[in-house]
Design a protein around this ligand. Structure first.
Ligand SMILES: Nc1nc2c(ncn2[C@@H]2O[C@H](COP(=O)(O)OP(=O)(O)O)[C@@H](O)[C@H]2O)c(=O)[nH]1
Ligand SMILES: [Mg+2]
Length: 388
């Protein structure tokens, strides 16, 4: 990390508590459609659906474009399907389609194969601060329609805007929604459809946590990553470790011990600190990124806990929580980390090789892809109009 005084060359926008804009995932909605990754791999698609003003666009902006939650108050409503390529990160490569709530796409001229065919996960957002009986009806019709088209889709229900709710009313709403939604599916004979529920709000870390869980279900290498994290923890006396996608603060894997929200928040905050400090003091003129192979950080908390961050590759960081006494063996931890990083690289290489081979054989390349991608060029054009 180098230090410089020349503040003018530091690109920084004026949002408190956010990354500079150009550290984000690049292009905004649907400027250019590029549903294939550089390796030619078909990206898994995540659909964001739900009634109007349930918070879909806000979620997308906050998680992937560093918009601060207050700014979402001024978001205009979405009239067209907005596609967003999340393509800068090697592991987290996917597309998000934000649907306008007011179109009843199920009955309209939209082709369900085109929408659900290549879809990995469908997130249905329910505004819990509003009367949600209509939302539950829409959830039912969306899910059954999607399931008929593509039975491999993972269905995720975000019980959204729970900020301001106490623990009891959160649980109560979740129980209500869970019960009504599953019962209506069972009554209609769809007992094989599984819905997962998440309590979310853009005003705290819950939305990042929920998105992490959704994304993890789409990562075929997840068991391998979790296993590596477990091995690292046991051999280094680490209590908890997360593998973070730095830009989105989504964790793409963690070890097998349960996640508590507080540790996750601590780790997120640590990433913010590292990136912010690096942006102010660590960016040279010839390089853009504030996160590189020299990025690492150590924070000692006053309760005898240590937070330790290391760069894994251009997009991923390992963040560990451990007791201060155990940090005396920093040498061992660092050595183990190097082994860990190497193993992660091998997982990547394997993936790239498999993809190349599949591409040569001209087979649908990603194991995540469900069904065929039936979007043809013309449709892309239509769907790809700018959000206005
Ligand atoms: N209180 C609260 N408001 C939210 C949350 N998420 C979104 N909103 C607000 O909900 C409104 C509608 O959001 P928008 O993203 O445009 O909804 P969309 O029509 O589903 O895309 C905006 O005013 C947001 O500020 C949340 O987690 N909590
Ligand atoms: Mg919208």
């Amino acid at each position: 990390m180098s230090y410089q005084d020349d503040e003018e060359s530091v690109p920084y926008d004026d949002h408190p508590n956010s990354f500079p804009k150009n550290f984000g995932y690049g292009q905004y909605e649907g400027e250019q459609d590029n549903s294939l990754s550089p390796t030619g791999e078909q990206k898994p698609r995540i659909l964001l659906m739900g009634l109007r003003r349930s918070g879909k666009s806000s979620i997308q902006k906050v998680v992937f474009h560093k918009m601060s939650p207050n700014e979402t108050l001024f978001l205009e409503s979405t009239n067209k399907i907005v596609k967003d390529n999340i393509n800068n990160s090697s592991f987290v490569q996917f597309q998000i389609w934000d649907f306008p709530g007011q179109i009843d796409f199920v009955d309209s001229a939209f082709d369900p194969h085109m929408i659900f065919g290549g879809c990995g996960a469908l997130i249905f957002v329910i505004d819990v601060q509003d009367d949600y009986s209509d939302a539950l009806l829409q959830l039912h019709s969306t899910v059954t329609q999607a399931y008929k088209t593509n039975s491999n889709i993972k269905f995720e229900v975000f019980i959204h805007k729970v900020d301001g709710f106490g623990d009891d009313s959160k649980m109560e709403s979740q129980r209500n929604i869970h019960q009504t939604a599953t019962e209506s599916l069972i009554d209609a004979g769809y007992d094989q459809i599984h819905l997962s529920f998440h309590l979310t709000s853009i005003y705290d870390h819950s939305i990042f946590e929920a998105f992490s869980k959704v994304v993890q279900k789409l990562i075929p290498q997840l068991p391998a990553l979790e296993n590596l994290l477990d091995i690292l923890n046991t051999n280094s006396a680490i209590e908890k470790s997360f593998l973070f996608d730095v830009v989105s603060k989504i964790y793409i894997a963690t070890d097998s011990t349960p996640v508590d929200m507080q540790s996750y928040e601590l780790c997120c905050d640590m990433i913010d600190v590292v990136i912010d400090v690096s942006y102010i003091y660590g960016v040279r003129e010839d390089q853009e990124a504030a996160f590189d192979e020299k990025s690492s950080s150590l924070i000692k908390l006053n309760n005898g806990t240590v937070l330790y961050l290391r760069e894994v590759n251009k997009f991923l960081a390992l963040v560990c929580i451990l007791r201060e006494d155990n940090f005396e063996h920093k040498g061992i931890i660092d050595y183990n980390f190097l082994c860990f990083r190497k193993a992660i690289q091998q997982v990547f290489e394997l993936r790239n090789k498999t993809n190349q081979m599949l591409n040569m054989c001209n087979v649908a390349s990603s194991p995540i892809m469900n069904g065929n991608n039936l979007v043809d060029d013309n449709n892309e054009e239509i769907l790809n109009d700018e959000d206005n």
